[in-house]
Structures are given as C-alpha cells and as structure tokens.
Design a protein around this ligand. Structure first.
Ligand code: DHB
Length: 311
C-alpha cells in the first residue's frame, strides 16, 4: 500500500488524522478524555459543558438500537470550570483539544467562551443543538437567536470558534443558515447533531426505550448518515471555503468516512460507534479509510474532498 496522508486542519490547527471523537459518549471525565488522548483520535473533544455540574436526565437515558442508538442524556458533565482546569493535562497528551460548550442562555455561553478564549484550549465548538433539555428549544432551529448569539460569541477572542448544528431538512433552511454564518468569522460548523425528539417503542413492554421526555430522544448512528451527508454537502456548496465543515452522523467504517469526504468534510467525528466499540474504533476506521483510498489511487484527503461526482 502506498503512504496515505490523512492529515488535515481546522482553522489552521493541525490534525494528524481526519477522525476524532464527537462530543457525546465517553468524553466527560478526565479518565475518559485521557483514553481518547492515547487513541488514534486526531483531537480530544470534550462532552458539552454547562456552567455547573449536572447529573443529567433520569435513567434509562441511552439505548443501543440495531442501527445506532437513541439517547437523552441531559448534558451530564462536570461543569465548565473542571474542563478549564483539565486543559493543561489534556494538552500534555500531545494533540489538539476541542471544548464543546452548551450554555442555557447567551449570557452563559458568553461566560464560558470567554473563559476558554483565555485558556490554552485549541478549538471551541458551541453546541446550538442539544435536543434533550426539557423546556429548552434547540437554538439551531431559531435563526434569529443564532444570529444574535454569533454576533456576541465571535468577538470574544482569537481562538477558532465553530458551532454544532442540528440537522436541517429543507433547502430554505440550509440557505437561511448559510447566509447567517457568512456574516461572522465562524471558522467551522459541525454537522449534524442527533435528530432530536424521535421515539423508539418497545412493542414487548409497550413502553418507550428511554425514560426522559416521555421517551423522546436524539436518534444517532446509521439511521442518520444520509441526513449528515446531505447537511455536509448542502453547506459545503453554500458556504465559502473559509468556513470548514466537520461531518458527524453514522460513521462506523472507512467507507462511511470516505462518503463524508466526498460530501466535503474537512474532518469527521465519531459518536455512536465509539460508544459501542471503544477507542479502538479510531485506528480501525483510519486503516479502513486508508485501504479504500489506496484501492482508489488516492493518497491524500484533497484527492477526494468535496469531489462528489454529479450523475
Ligand atoms: C446531549 C445530547 C445532544 O445531542 C447534545 O447535542 C448535547 C447534549 C445530552 O443529552 O447530553
């Protein structure tokens, strides 16, 4: 096999590979983040943090499904100050650290983004798309709120800031969101988050699979790959090159990762597969992607990035 170079960058921050963990499973405690640091993940991505420690939603709040998972974790996390304090330890593992922030108001997001702008963190991802907090709408579906928030959050410092988007399902929404993003120095978007407020019913027990919100939760895994691919593709066609795209949604093998590359992803994140398989998934998928690219005669990401062939 020829040498395949999977290195990439987000906002100039060098990544040794195209694959990293997603904010989501197995990235809440220092111990979990250290496991990611020692794996083949190109970066260490934290669980979305809030101002204060949260236990999260009542259990059961996660269920494996044949083709993915449904979850309504409710943002269990240590509180942002714990992640701020961890930054030096995480940085010592030798790869970029990306913090995910998920405040319940613009004021809370300003407080947290400001704090991380004044830290040694490499990249800041603001999560506008958590579907699982009872009574809280997903910011990503409120375009005016996104615009107001970006006007305040993009002026707090020089570290690259991006946003995690919910999936969109209508061309008018892709266009409206792209127009907003273009007004601000947003460095990247991460798409997609889980599809919020789905319901899986167990016909034997006649109950939902998970407890929070009457069983409504975020759908993840294979079920959402076509939606993730469409969101990456649509935004890649609508946004300038200065806004990069991290793809997420149903990546569990090298070919899934390659499909996101064709759609235009600069890097990808892995959640459900990491939850189910553990940190070995990063090297496995990396090797599978390299083998598939080798078969195609590609030896670097730019050979295929965004090059979906029209029919
Ligand atoms: C949670 C789920 C999400 O999809 C998200 O973006 C943030 C948090 C959660 O339930 O913890």
């Amino acid at each position: 096999m020829q040498h395949i170079d999977l290195s990439t960058n987000i906002a100039g921050i060098k990544l040794d590979s195209y694959l990293m963990n997603a904010s989501g499973p197995r990235c809440t405690s220092l111990q979990e983040l250290e496991v990611i640091g020692k794996s083949a993940s190109a970066a260490i991505v934290t669980k979305s943090c809030t101002i204060a420690f949260r236990e999260g939603n009542p259990e059961p709040r996660y269920s494996d499904l044949p083709l993915g998972s449904i979850q309504s974790m409710g943002l269990p996390n240590l509180g942002y100050k714990a992640y701020l304090e961890m930054v030096p330890q995480l940085k010592s593992l030798g790869k970029p650290v990306l913090v995910s922030i998920s405040g319940f108001s613009l004021e809370e997001n300003i407080e947290m983004v400001s704090a991380f702008q004044n830290s040694d963190i490499d990249i800041i991802e603001v999560n506008f798309s958590c579907p699982n907090i009872p009574g809280k709408a997903q910011v990503a579906y409120d375009f005016e709120q996104v615009e107001t928030a970006l006007s305040k959050l993009t002026v707090l410092g020089d570290k690259p800031l991006g946003i995690k988007l919910a999936p969109y399902f209508d061309m008018s929404h892709f266009i409206a969101m792209a127009e907003i993003l273009k007004k601000f120095p947003v460095k990247f978007i991460t798409c997609v988050n889980s599809i919020g407020n789905t319901l899986i019913i167990d016909p034997e027990t006649e109950s939902p699979m998970i407890k929070p919100k009457g069983g409504f939760g975020g759908l993840c895994g294979d079920y959402i790959k076509p939606i993730g691919l469409a969101n990456v593709r649509a935004f890649r066609e609508l946004l300038p090159e200065s806004i990069q795209i991290i793809g997420v949604g149903g990546i569990k093998n090298g070919i899934d990762a390659f499909e996101y590359l064709l759609a235009g992803a600069d890097a990808v994140q892995i959640a459900t597969c990491f939850e189910k398989e553990g940190a070995n998934c990063f090297s496995r998928i990396e090797n599978e992607l390299k083998a598939f690219m080798d078969k195609k005669g590609y030896n670097k990401l730019s050979d295929a990035k965004g090059k979906l062939k029209p029919l």
